[in-house]
Structure formats: structure tokens, C-alpha cells
Design a protein around this ligand. Structure first.
Ligand code: AMP
Ligand code: ZN
Length: 114
């Protein structure tokens, strides 16, 4: 846990969220400002900062995040229609929260990747 981290506080339940999944390694919750009909964030329970701070030690965890995300997409009915997984890394991406997270967006036709 990182004391000043918003997503660590959500993981700990200190800040409320609409949780959609949790296991021993990751949790997922609804994005508070959805950019698509389905917009869910998948985060590791442990604090990992930016993708740039991940190491080989995190390979299995990041793989698990992707598999969990696909399962959530299936549950939400967008696995077949299509969805996108996004990781923002750094200033040019618009990254706001420095706790690694996957955005799942879907439920509408998504525009080209900028
Ligand atoms: P990023 O720009 O990749 O760092 O994405 C951060 C995301 O977190 C944004 O899409 C925000 O809408 C979302 N967000 C910020 N605060 C909250 C919150 N309290 N609960 C859920 N999502 C949040
Ligand atoms: Zn954190």
C-alpha cells in the first residue's frame, strides 16, 4: 500500500468504488468517468506504479490482469462485439493515477487509437 495512492485506497476500501471483481491478486471496478458504455479498471492489489516501474517480477501479475480483463469483457457481453484494453504510461498518454491499471472499454464502436 502506498499511502497517497488513490487506487490503493480503493483496494483497501477506504474510498468507495463499484467493485466488479476481486481475487487474491487483482480487483476491478467501474471507472468513475466512463468513456464508453462499459469502462472498467483492473488494478493489482499490490501497489505497482507506472508500467515503467514494473519488472520481470510482475510478468505473471500483468498477464493475470489481462486474462481477468477478458473474462470481465465476456461477462459484460462485449467479448464478441469487441473491446479495448489500454494502459496509459506517462504525461503524453494523459495518465492521471500512478497505480498500474488496465482500462477495459467497450459497448460501442471505438475510434482509431490516437
Ligand atoms: P489514467 O488516466 O490512465 O491514469 O486513468 C485513471 C482513471 O481513473 C480515469 O479514467 C478516471 O476516470 C478514473 N478514476 C479516477 N478516480 C476514480 C475513482 N474514485 N473511482 C473510479 N475511477 C476513478
Ligand atoms: Zn497504489
Amino acid at each position: 500500500m502506498s499511502a497517497d495512492c488513490l487506487f490503493c485506497k480503493i483496494v483497501a476500501g477506504d474510498i468507495p468504488s463499484t467493485e466488479v471483481f476481486r481475487d487474491g491478486r487483482v480487483m476491478a471496478f467501474e471507472d468513475i468517468h466512463p468513456a464508453a458504455p462499459q469502462h472498467i479498471l483492473v488494478v493489482p492489489l499490490e501497489h505497482v506504479g507506472m508500467l515503467a516501474s514494473a519488472t520481470e517480477r510482475h510478468e505473471a501479475l500483468i498477464g493475470h490482469m489481462v486474462i481477468v480483463a477478458d473474462g470481465i469483457a465476456a461477462e459484460r457481453g462485449v467479448q464478441n462485439s469487441g473491446y479495448r484494453l489500454t494502459v496509459n504510461q506517462g504525461t503524453d498518454s494523459g495518465q492521471e493515477v500512478e497505480h498500474l491499471h488496465l482500462h477495459i472499454t467497450g459497448g460501442r464502436k471505438l475510434g482509431p487509437i490516437a
